[in-house]
Design a protein around this ligand. Structure first.
Ligand code: WT7
Length: 656
């Protein structure tokens, strides 16, 4: 092979079979059942998805063609007509689910409400009629900049009901980020709230919208619809700004679902990309509905009795696919929580699980690492016996964090699904099926049915088992992104050209390194942009970090390379310690030795830098790019607008 791939040094051998009582009730309940489904999909992808589309979704009009694939542009269920809100709402009203809880919502201050399917349907229809009154028509893009309140989900569904693509911007983003996204999509309306409650404070949102729109900086926006949440006094601009509670008065709650073409845009969602302007990831209706519906069933094994809680914000793809569309399409009960662990109540998540008897809990490694730091006494002080399944998403999870999750939260009874996917993929790609596949800590396990995942070199050739390479997908799947909004070339360049098309076959590659082991399990090794090259060995960040985290003193670790005359790059590790640990040279030396003992001398960090916190994006991912600049003594360059807490960076600089 002419080019280096990535070397794997992680040696994780633990295996956890699905618990017998879980298997008993699971839809897919054996390795053979998984394999049969996988093989069926592989043999005839179009036939496989068509059968599911037929049996699992309601269509106003059937498609003429299942898949039209003009690489890299796919169309699924060509000329089919449907409305995702019909599948998420209307069709449940003719069943016993009419009065089942669709959304359970808990606010940070302790207020709460439950909306049944009938109630949610009514609210969505009413909201949709208000959108129409504000002049929103099919095809108009609507910006949504909301706290985690039911109206956020209602607004998304109302847009989908009338065929107005939504563009949700995470409420933690600044006015500038909001303005760029509104302008890129030429949004006509912004739906927001006066503010939301987060970490015991009323966080203003409308004020950010005002800043974003000031001086006519987002000229496409004609109106702002404001939901009252915090009751803080806010200025309202006459003619432009409208209170939701005013406009809804006297409005009809009858609003038929607009028949949408399967390929009509459902939403645009921006993903930062490491540099450059954010990419508007475009998702369309039919394929996205089907894939999020199926993966909610497969991955979460969702059942009617479940109380399912995904802790993401609706501003991320996780919230779109697995708080709103996937669960509701299945008629499940989805819990939304406004708050975050905070000084006044660091154990609030465990309170919510106890209060509602949550059965399925889906969160991120960054949250798990924070729970570990806060201590076991918090979850141990609550009754978590309702839980039956745990999930994680967003980053590779270090095996020791996985073990903690398994023991302390799951009490060794709950399978853990480690779901690898992306904003671009729309839904889960690699995961365990909890009733069928034994899990390995740190592995995202297997591709879902219909996902032809592989690990290849730069020329697209599969690499041998246990060698690292580029994680790719070989065949289109229903919820794949269709393009970058307004920029087909960027779509092609970013995802389809890094690995050259081979024999006319296009490979989807979105930036992660991985290896597959001899049992067919995938191990995601982190972003290939972050790979460190030591003496000609290309090492993924995740494995070295996992070795550090497996030391009892370490809470969190991020490793980066810095230029080194001899080795090419030398490893620098940024480490945060468990609460009771004191940073000193002896500990640094011990950690270096620990890494050597765990994975070998090659991975020995040249330098260990202790820090109180690591720089993260607002979605909780460690920003290694910034650490790389710091490690090599350079000024931090590039976009830092997605950084959650700037002071972390300043402190790291001072320490340098
Ligand atoms: C990137 C996508 C998918 C929703 C949340 C993030 C990383 C995500 C895993 C996982 C290892 C993971 C990848 C991926 N990632 N899940 N289970 N194991 N890495 O969406 O912001 O689009 O980020 O997150 O690097 O490419 P996103």
């Amino acid at each position: 092979m002419s080019q280096p791939t990535i070397e794997s040094i992680l040696n994780e051998k633990r295996l956890f079979a699905p618990p017998a009582d879980f298997v008993q009730k699971a839809r897919i309940n054996s390795p053979e059942a998984y394999q049969a489904l996988y093989d069926k999909a592989k043999a005839d992808p179009a036939g496989f998805w068509a059968e599911l589309a037929e049996t699992e979704l309601h269509w106003f009009q059937k498609w003429d063609q299942v898949l039209d694939w003009q690489p890299p542009f796919a169309q699924w269920f060509v000329n089919g007509k449907l409305n995702i809100t019909h599948n998420c709402l209307d069709r449940h009203l003719t069943t016993w689910r009419k009065n089942k809880a669709a959304l359970i919502w808990e606010g940070e201050p302790g207020d709460s409400c439950t909306l049944t399917y009938a109630q949610l349907h009514r609210e969505v229809c009413l909201f949709a009629n208000v959108l129409k009154q504000l002049g929103i028509k099919k095809g108009d893009i609507v910006g949504i900049y909301m706290p985690m309140i039911p109206e956020a989900a209602i607004a998304m569904l109302a847009c989908a009901r009338i065929g107005a693509p939504h563009s949700v911007v995470f409420g933690g983003f600044s006015a500038e980020a909001l303005r760029d996204r509104l302008n890129d999509g030429q949004a006509k309306l912004v739906i927001t709230a006066d503010g939301g409650f987060r970490k015991d404070k009323a966080v203003p949102l409308k004020a950010e919208v005002d800043k974003a729109l000031a001086n006519n900086a987002a000229p496409s926006v004609e109106n702002v619809l404001v939901v009252q949440r915090t009751q803080e006094k806010i200025p309202m601009e006459p003619g432009r700004d409208h209170w939701w509670h005013d406009l809804r008065q006297g409005v009809s709650a009858v609003c038929p679902a607009e028949p949408m073409d399967s390929e009509d845009v459902l939403f645009v969602l921006y993903t930062s990309g490491s540099t450059g302007k954010p990419k508007g990831v475009v998702h369309t209706t039919g394929g996205y509905n089907l894939y999020t519906h199926m993966t909610t069933q497969w991955t979460f094994d969702i059942q009617d009795e479940d109380v399912y809680w995904c802790t993401a914000d609706v501003g991320w793809i996780t919230g779109h696919s697995y708080i709103v569309y996937g669960p509701l399409s299945n008629g499940a009960t989805s819990l939304m929580y406004e708050g975050a662990p905070r000084a006044s109540n660091p154990g609030c998540f465990w309170d919510v699980i106890e209060k509602y008897g949550v059965t399925i809990f889906y969160t991120a490694p960054t949250a798990i690492r924070a729970f570990i730091k806060m201590g076991e006494h918090l979850p141990n002080g609550r009754d978590l016996s309702s839980l039956r399944l745990l999930g994680t998403v967003g980053e590779p999870i270090n095996p020791e964090a996985w073990m903690w999750y398994h023991k302390v939260i799951g009490k060794e009874r709950c399978p853990i699904v480690d779901t690898w996917w992306q904003t671009e993929t729309g839904g889960h790609m690699l995961t365990a099926l909890p009733g069928a596949i034994a899990t390995k800590p740190g592995s995202a396990c297997m591709p879902l049915p219909g996902i032809l995942a592989d690990v290849v070199d730069l020329e697209g050739n599969p690499v041998p088992d246990n060698e690292g390479g580029y994680l790719v997908v070989r065949h289109p799947w229903p919820s794949m992104m269709r393009t970058v909004y307004g920029d087909d070339n960027r779509f092609r360049r970013t995802y389809w050209e890094h690995i050259a098309p081979k024999d006319g076959q296009y490979l989807y590659f979105a930036g992660d390194g991985a290896r597959r082991d001899g049992d067919g399990y995938f191990w995601v090794m982190g972003r290939v942009d972050d790979v460190i090259s030591v003496s000609g060995h290309r090492l993924g960040t995740m494995e070295i970090e996992s070795a550090l985290v497996s030391h009892g003193a370490v809470a969190e670790a991020a490793v980066v390379g810095k230029p080194d005359d001899l080795k090419g790059e030398a490893i620098v590790a940024f480490v945060t310690l468990e609460g009771d640990q004191i940073p000193n040279d002896a500990l640094a030396q011990e950690l270096r030795q620990h890494v050597v003992a765990e994975i070998g001398a090659l991975a020995r960090p040249e330098e260990i830098r202790f820090s109180e916190a690591l720089p993260k994006t607002r979605s909780g991912k460690i920003m290694r790019r910034l650490l790389r600049s710091l490690a090599s003594g350079q000024e931090v360059f590039g976009d830092t607008s997605t950084l959650e807490d700037r002071s972390v960076l300043d402190k790291l600089r001072e320490g340098a």
